[in-house]
Design a protein around this ligand. Sequence first.
Ligand SMILES: [Mn+2]
Length: 562
Amino acid sequence: MKSYSGKSWKLYPIPERLIQKKQQDYNISYLLSKIFLQREFSNDEIHNSLNKKNILNKNYQDEDFINASYILNECIKQNKKILIFGDYDVDGYSSTYLLYDYIQSLNKKCDFYIPDRIKDGYGPNMKIIKKLFSKKKYNLIIFVDCASNSFKELKYLNKIGVKIIVIDHHQIHEYNNIKNTIIINPLKKYNNNSIFCATTLVYYFIKYMNINFRRSPKFNDNKYLFFAAIATICDQMPLRNLNRMIVNNGLNNFNINNFFNFKKIINFKKKLSSSDIAFNLGPILNSAGRLGHSDLPIRLLTEANTSNINSISEKLIDLNMKRKKIQSVSFNLLNKKVHDEDNKVIFIYEKNVNEGILGIIASSFVELYGKPSFVMTKSNDVIKCSSRSVYGFNIGKIFNEALSKNILITGGGHSMAGGCTLNINKLNILKKYINNKFQKYFKNFEAKNYYVSEQNIDSLRTFAKVDLQKLEPLGNNNTNPFFLIRKNKIIKFKIINNLHLQILIQNNFKKKYLCFVFNAVGTKLGDFLMNYRKNIDLIVQINNKIIQKNSDFNLIVKDAIL
Ligand SMILES: [Mn+2]
């Protein structure tokens, strides 16, 4: 079935007897059974989904943990000067904070540094390293969520006698053994497909170190797991297997009321859900780096003084509101350009866009059009690009290859997200390069989108009440399921923030339902929905954001069938 947004929708074929068997085995609904089968959930994952009080009974261990623990332990013992170097997003802040907190809990001191997204750029560079080391002669530097490819900087640090630990999950360009440097990165092994964010690696590393080397009397497993959970969600790691358990346990087991530093920026009245993290807490923390205040979130996390916590929180909330405004203006501008193009990869350059929001815009394009998206703007004398991908098209690898072919100045990332910088005269070469790669990887590419089944709205309401939360956390590799609802009329619509559509639909039985169509203004789908008055078949999701707030049941319209 072809649709207005240019996607093709299919019913996922699962044999009836399999659905019924799973339904009986686990005493679950037909729909939930079908979704578990469609997503190939393991028995462990199903048990974890159905049992609220699940325990995290799986561990992760990396062979580099021993050597890294040994170095960190020696440095702590000998009161050496330690610097943690992080990244300006939730994963970077969280991993920096966990290490900092652990070392503090041993009554030892250490410093941290988060580079500025706009002035410094991602990861270490010679200028910042020299500046940091001119202020203090650190003996150990721990890079988190970055530096896997920073050979030049690592070699330099080595030369001046600094010990190095890197804990990272980004695609490695080319792995070189560097003396006195321990790199913890599952992607060191060729073909290893890591699913962990940096904070999860740090969490397991500290846990290992705490058990085997140096026990902290204040070691707070639940708090540390909570940070691994929020970073897993915000870094859009696949929410399957161990990551599912990390998120479920991390959010369930930690009493957020005990963490005063977040009191002002999130609602404490209830248990936090993964959508609270993905749509509220995450964007607030990330907006700081996007608008030139990369240090604020780490200061919020490490601050002890109440009035300082309050003023940092207020600044963060304010920055997030500013970010939303800038984003909606830029989104409208760039979306018009996408509208005019008809390529399999979205490749958009516009001179004056705030470079901090390129990634969010790329994300919304992937969501809207189901195509890998590269969004670019001018930054000083070069072009900065942020990109998000579709499943199976590894952006981190492609940027690494383009880097080795000298198309890029810098570049890297992981399979679903990445960034790069390039000279303006390489813009068309990069576009061609990416299009060729895409055509090679996906010869007969047609993004197939699957819906679970055709449903009437009442059955969806039941599913929303009883089953949807069993699929949580929803996100990458475990998306909010799509359903087909037939023969609905749109009887009213309203434009929200010049960006989204709110529509009222009416089914065959004259029942009315409220739906949202996000980022629809200015798209083919949006134009169509505002103007069509006959019966229409829609692809929808249940709006779990609203469900959890106990308000009325409503739907998110994702597409309309031609
Ligand atoms: Mn990360």
